[in-house]
Design a protein around this ligand. Structure first.
Ligand SMILES: *Cc1c(COP(=O)(O)O)cnc(C)c1O
Length: 365
């Protein structure tokens, strides 16, 4: 059985290093917000190329706390791609703001040419989701944002270290948000997240907010939350980060093998926008009209696949209150019916890649 993702493989590559760090943290007697967290924040900021990083409990927290601290909430609109992950949209709606959807383009990311048309007097921000590991067109997006004075929050949960024209994603907007959910590029061994920013005041606010709104113990300056990063995850993430470039390079090699090997007229391979690169969080093919039969056929030959994502957020039960209907975002809806993520994970052998390629090429609809 080839699984869509196989986290043990990546862990096994450096198991001893993780075990050593885990023991160190256990022995330290200090488990929340300590020296591992500070060190990781410094190292992650350096890796991404931002001045500040603040560790948080999850990627969703990074998103909603960003909007909260940018004073975006009830009555405000935030622009986001219509094929986003549901958590992106929840990041917008937690504080009462309204998501305004924009269709994706052929690169599966927001169609930047369609953003300006949906800007209104209530638009406060663009949430840029670098989906599947590929950078969005940040030149066009930042241009619209500047002209309309919109805040830009980047959701880099699937994009740990990729670039738009050589500049790392997460450094373009006001805030870059990261999830370190185990399956993400730099995955933790539990839940974890972070933001990066160049704005010192904003970074300080995040640190206060994540700890019940207090900077000094028992002095609470605002109503905050508990979104603290723990020492165990931070310590283990520091180990992961040392190998992140290797992991990203390996995923690029796997994607290149798929690109070269997969030849089947029923299957459209992923396209990368000129100027962007991808960390290949997922290798997502489009299979118009035959997606479910391909998934079923691959399952029969013991190859697991996933769908990212089968229901676009505007049609999700969670958002019935927004009163969207089928047909409102036809491109995102079409994508939801035709995308399929092939197995992609660090430590995937060439033999496994060959098995996937052969099986996909034999598929006849
Ligand atoms: C994983 C993910 C999130 C949510 O991160 P959590 O850490 O699971 O809360 C948000 N946005 C995108 C694009 C994601 O892939």
């Amino acid at each position: 059985m080839i699984m869509p993702n196989n986290l043990v493989r990546q862990y096994s590559l450096h198991a001893d290093e993780y075990k050593k760090k885990a023991e160190e943290v256990l022995d330290s007697g200090w488990y929340i917000l300590g020296k591992e967290v500070s060190a990781f924040e410094e190292e992650w900021a350096m890796y991404i190329g931002s001045r500040f990083c603040v560790g948080l409990a999850s990627g969703l927290d990074a998103l909603w706390i960003s909007f909260q601290l940018l004073n975006i909430g009830v009555g405000d609109e935030v622009i986001v791609c219509a094929n986003a992950y549901i958590a992106c949209v929840m990041g917008i709606t937690v504080n009462g703001a309204k998501p305004v959807f924009v269709e994706p383009d052929q690169y599966d990311n927001i169609d930047a040419d369609k953003i300006e048309a949906v800007v209104t007097d209530n638009t406060k921000a663009i949430l840029v989701v670098h989906l599947y590991g590929q950078a969005c067109d940040m030149t066009k997006i930042m241009d619209v944002a500047r002209r309309y004075k919109l805040k830009v929050v980047e959701d880099c949960a699937q994009s740990h270290g990729n670039h738009w024209h050589g500049k790392t994603v997460g450094t373009f907007g006001d805030v870059g948000c990261f999830s370190f959910y185990p399956s993400k590029g730099c995955g933790a061994f539990g839940d974890a997240g972070a933001i990066v920013t160049d704005n010192e005041d904003l970074a300080r606010l995040f640190k206060i907010f994540r700890n019940y709104g207090s900077e000094k113990r028992y002095h609470n300056m605002m109503v905050g939350s508990n979104s603290r990063l723990d020492e165990m995850q931070a310590g283990l993430l520091r180990v992961k980060l040392r190998h992140l470039d290797e992991f990203n390079e390996e995923r690029c090699r796997i994607a290149a093998n798929y690109d070269m090997g997969i030849i089947n007229p029923l299957i459209q391979k992923p396209m990368i926008r000129p100027g962007a690169d991808s960390t290949w969080h997922q290798y997502v093919v489009h299979v118009p009209g035959h997606r479910d039969s391909l998934a079923k056929y691959l399952k029969e030959v013991e190859i697991g696949t996933l769908i990212h994502y089968p229901i676009p957020p505007h049609l999700s039960e969670a958002y019935t209150y927004l009163r969207y209907k089928k047909g409102d975002y036809p491109i995102a809806e079409k994508y939801a019916d035709e995308v399929l993520s092939l197995p992609m994970y660090n430590g995937m052998t060439e033999e496994e890649q060959g098995i996937v390629i052969d099986a996909v090429n034999r598929f006849e609809g």
